[in-house]
Design a protein around this ligand. Structure first.
Ligand code: CTP
Length: 395
């Protein structure tokens, strides 16, 4: 059965992002009904919201036509999830107090469905003791919170208070909507993702083109399926997946240390593109050009193999999954890596044709029991299918 959300749009500058969220939700086949506060109508028009959602927009508490068609109590229970976007300081205060002074606050008080809020406000308002108190109250009432992020704000200030991006809110929504199916509940999963960055001197480094997208999609899917997920991430520009513990690292040495700290786990999935070499001795100061035409000679040493270290260590997870990025003889090389790195499963892909940074992937699952090739699909689908496969193997 298709799922639906009741979107409560609050009156803040971030309200414009609710339009993009509606578009994303509809794209996923999730139904959207919207309520707008009076203040929200100053930022986006009910007509835009109605056009994108394909549903009538509700705003007034005492509207006879609305009450005849669908009473506000029924409206509050019509969806699988209630989402407040943006949750302004005012709306959060109303929710924490249990006020029912307009349709939005009344609906939030009357609902028996899970509620997710995406706060957005000026940094001073977000850090104010009153908002801290209200947030603590809402969390202890079981309200789910996504964001806010830190960044430049529409008011010209910098800091926490910027609303989570629509894709981050979508992830949180999908996560909560699929709460019933949790095949990985009670499992601890460690995932590495992204590139590593090995310093040459304080301003230069060597790295690679990994975007981290596949690893992040796996972390997100694992959390959605109920796992307790630690994501050890190299430098990427991706939003933090909802419900995932993220440890940010730069070098392979840092990544190994963070992984070892996360043990014991049931499953470890190594999706990071770890730099194979690091500088034997990174320069303490910036390397200067000396004579014209003279180039520095850099000497490298091998980085630790994180996957192999953990797969052969005394805290080996029950299941170890590696990736093999190859440009030729994909399956043969993957078979060699399976044994060489003591993995239970290798996800092999051909990176000769632009997989880095894209949203799609075609992979082969290589294990002792054989090879299973999947057709090209989105990285999100690869992630969901892979974790369903792992959940099956763990049983
Ligand atoms: N890996 C790792 N630590 C490293 C190198 C690789 O954990 N220092 C992991 C990757 O995350 C991936 C798998 O090992 O899961 C395979 O990585 P890949 O770079 O494809 O293989 P390499 O061992 O580097 O072999 P080659 O360079 O010969 O392809």
């Amino acid at each position: 059965m298709s799922k639906s959300v009741l979107l409560i749009i609050g009156g803040g500058i971030a309200a414009y992002k609710s339009l993009e969220l509606i578009r994303l939700l509809k794209g996923r086949g999730i139904g959207v009904r919207a309520i707008m506060t009076k203040a929200a109508e100053e930022f986006v028009t009910p007509l835009s919201v109605a056009s994108l959602s394909g549903e009538k927009v509700h705003s007034a508490l005492f509207n006879l036509t609305d009450e005849v068609e669908m009473g506000h109590i029924e409206l509050s229970r019509s969806a699988d999830l209630v989402v407040v976007v943006p949750a302004t300081a005012d709306l959060m205060a109303k929710m924490a107090q249990g006020l029912a002074s307009d349709l939005a606050s009344t609906t939030l008080l009357a609902t028996d469905k899970p509620v997710l809020i995406a706060p957005a406000m000026n940094v001073r308002m977000w850090l104010h003791a009153a908002t801290r108190r209200n947030l603590a109250t809402l969390k202890s009432d079981g309200i789910q919170v996504v964001g806010p992020n830190e960044g430049d704000m529409a008011c010209g200030e910098f800091g926490p208070g910027r609303m989570a991006e629509p894709v981050e809110i979508l992830n949180a929504i999908e996560n909560l909507l699929s709460a019933a199916v949790k095949p990985l509940a009670g499992r601890k999963i460690l995932i590495t993702a992204g590139p590593t960055r090995e310093p040459i001197d304080p301003v230069r480094y060597i790295s690679n083109h990994s975007s981290g997208k596949q690893g992040y999609a796996i972390a997100e899917a694992a959390a959605r399926m109920g796992a307790d997920v630690t994501l050890v991430s190299g430098p990427v520009s991706l939003p933090k997946p909802f419900g995932v513990k993220v440890l940010d690292v730069q070098t392979a040495d840092d990544m190994l240390a963070a992984c070892e700290k996360a043990l014991p786990v049931d499953v470890a999935i190594f999706a990071a593109a770890v730099a194979d070499w690091k500088m034997a001795k990174p320069a303490a100061e910036k390397i200067k050009k000396s004579k014209p035409g003279e180039t520095p000679s850099l000497s490298f040493v091998e980085n630790p193999d994180i996957l192999k270290t953990i797969a052969t260590g005394n805290m080996r997870p029950q299941m170890v999954v590696g990736f093999a990025a190859e440009t030729e003889n994909v399956i043969d090389y993957a078979k060699i890596k399976l044994g060489k790195k003591s993995c239970d499963l290798i996800i092999a892909n051909d990176v000769s044709e632009g997989v880095f940074g894209t949203n799609r992937n075609a992979v082969h699952l290589v294990s002792k029991s054989g090879v299973e090739s999947w057709p090209e699909m989105s990285k999100a689908e690869v992630a969901s299918r892979l974790l369903a496969h792992i959940a099956g193997l763990l049983k």
